[in-house]
Design a protein around this ligand. Structure first.
Ligand code: 13P
Ligand code: SF4
Length: 311
């Protein structure tokens, strides 16, 4: 097998040859984050994908993110290192069932978390991410009931924070669901001065212990700006790579899972992308994201609304 250095050299040669931009989510392997042209959260990455002038977008993240890139930049070739990089939230919400659910609540506006298929987006009014959800909800008339899918924990958190009337789809993220409240309480007792930063995909029993709740980029900003020396991080541990790089003097402890071990919360979908598969997809321009033009246009409308309504 080629060494990491050999793979990196090939990737660097190919990215120039193909006029490609490499976008990576904070949950990617540290080596992929380090070589990417841009690293960000779901909203940052959507904006970057919409504005790049590269010919090829190599999306190091999961499939729904690469689909968003294709929807916003149809003239570009969008490749994903591993097409099996899915998302449990997307899997929890098949488009036909979602359409039926919507039909049952005709008076509700549907705010749909970006973690869903392009087909579900076509049935949605406005797409949201963890970093713009609050801001978007605040622009919706107060008496307007909301249907929020597919993450019940993000939805529950937003309903509580905003006091809005919401119907929730019962989906969840298998990664954020695994944190243990009991183990978190023990860890907090060992580090009484360490603030807890959590992603809103965590269930309420974890969010109740958090000092900060937000998207990956907002958690990153929080730990960089906060004066504490040690932090407990309740989200996918890939982001700790970026924290340690930007604030090497601070200590970041991953929140523990059921067995008390902190690194059992790796996203198995994100982990499918490797340096070798990245090299291959850049070289062969496959697996490539394809969306029918009708679906693309229908899915783009709620994404455009999101971009217009974002802070
Ligand atoms: P953000 O990076 O937008 O916070 O999303 C987290 C996530 O789970 C992506 O799948
Ligand atoms: Fe989906 Fe959860 Fe993985 Fe994010 S961390 S891609 S929400 S399974």
């Amino acid at each position: 097998a080629p060494s990491d250095a050999e793979l990196l050299e090939e990737i660097n040669r190919l990215r120039v040859e193909k006029n490609a931009v490499i976008l990576a989510h904070y949950y990617q392997d540290g080596k992929i984050q380090d070589l990417a042209d841009f690293v960000g959260d779901s909203l940052d990455l959507s904006r970057k994908a919409a504005s790049t002038n590269a010919d090829v977008i190599v999306f190091c993240g999961v499939r729904f993110m690469a689909e968003v890139a294709k929807i916003l930049s149809p003239e570009k070739t969008v490749v994903l290192p591993d097409m099996d990089a899915g998302c449990s939230l997307e899997d929890s919400c098949p488009a036909d069932e979602f359409a039926t659910f919507r039909a049952k609540h005709p008076d509700h506006i549907s705010l749909t978390y970006i973690n869903c298929s392009a087909a579900v987006k076509t049935h949605s009014d406005i797409i949201i991410t963890s970093s713009n959800a609050r801001h978007i909800i605040d622009q919706i008339p107060e008496d307007q009931p909301i249907l929020l899918a597919p993450d019940q924990h993000l939805g529950g958190y937003l309903a509580k924070e905003t006091g809005r009337d919401m119907v929730l789809w019962p989906g969840s993220c298998i990664v954020h669901e695994r944190f243990s409240e009991k183990e978190l309480i023990k860890l907090k007792a060992e580090h009484p001065d360490a603030p807890v930063a959590a992603h809103p995909e965590c269930p309420a029993h974890i969010l109740n212990h958090a000092d900060h709740v937000g998207s990956t980029s907002s958690i990153l900003k929080y730990v960089l700006e906060h004066a504490a020396e040690t932090f407990i991080i309740a989200t996918e541990p890939g982001i700790i790579h970026q924290m340690a790089k930007m604030s090497p003097e601070k200590t970041f402890i991953g929140a523990p899972g059921m067995d008390g071990v902190c690194n059992c919360n790796q996203c198995p979908y994100m982990a499918l992308n490797t340096l070798e598969k990245l090299r291959d997809c850049l070289r062969d321009l496959t697996p490539v994201i394809e969306i029918s033009e009708a679906d693309r246009i229908a899915a783009k409308a709620p994404l455009d609304r999101m971009l217009e309504m974002s802070p």
